[in-house]
Design a protein around this ligand. Sequence first.
Ligand code: FE2
Length: 342
Amino acid sequence: MATVTESTTISPEMANRLFLRGASPEAEFGDFRDDLQRDGFVVVKSAVPRERADAYAEAMYKWLEDFNLGYKRDDPSTIHEDHLPVINEKGMVFGYGVAHEKFTWDIRQEPGVVGAFEKVYATEDLVVSFDSVNFSFPNRKDLKANKPWAHQDQDPEKPGFRCLQGLVNLLPNGPDDGGLIVCKGAHLLSEEFHKEFINEKRIWAWTKEWYGFTDAGMKWLADKGCKWEKVCMEPGDLVLWDSRTPHYNVSPAETSTQPRFATYTCYLPVANLTQEELKGKKEAFEGVEFTTHWPNLPGFGGVPFTRLDGKPCPHNFKVPRSGKPQLTERGYKLTGIPYIKA
Ligand SMILES: [Fe+2]
């Protein structure tokens, strides 16, 4: 593992303009940041070069096949939990150390991915989340339905632009294929919305940094003229969204034959983390733990999950199959560890 030899300075003044003044609907940057401010999301094309995106997809297919449970990428009849690791109805994997697999970390360290966040936050001093991976297959009859679960990944009591989320798409992803759906422009209505809905009975959430839209909330968005848009992407594209932007993921339509592979990539400026939070990142990294998309929050060992027979997955393992992460110097800085003061 690389180490950082030179001293690293935290510069709170580097906090980006988006953070300082909140999102503005006015174009100002002449690049993807204008779309992000206006729409609450944007696709950064080819953030990962196609050749490497294809190699990551290959590694992800191999990861599934190497459980040796019978899954074969060319045989759709093997798309069943009997032949796969546990993947929930939303396509998420919360075990097997997948948050620290080699392909997950390699994607996090991709210059075009980190670079997009550097541009938005106007700093190279970033910390990355140890978030999960998505494998969504069409026509999975063995899983319960993935009902719409429109939400924001941000505490309504902490308004303003606070966090930029992202995911890297690894396979062709068209309108009928599963993927991210966003409520275009609704990030700019978030504060108004939460003032009106301050007394509503909330949908339960295990973290304050999550808000679920009720039917009344969905109607409010529709009455405001907000439209939901399925994000379509090519392999290697990165989608970025403001954590206030209402979103969820949809399963592939019945007409789709295309799996969806994606990894979640979210970064915050180091300056936004306390020393305690950075120490939490160290513990999470050394313990090969997951985090949510919030890069500042402590790690957890994964979400308890069982196979269809109700028993814990006997194939689960904490340390990734590829071993503990071997990072570049840039990757190691992204853990936040080098920014811990002695
Ligand atoms: Fe989310």
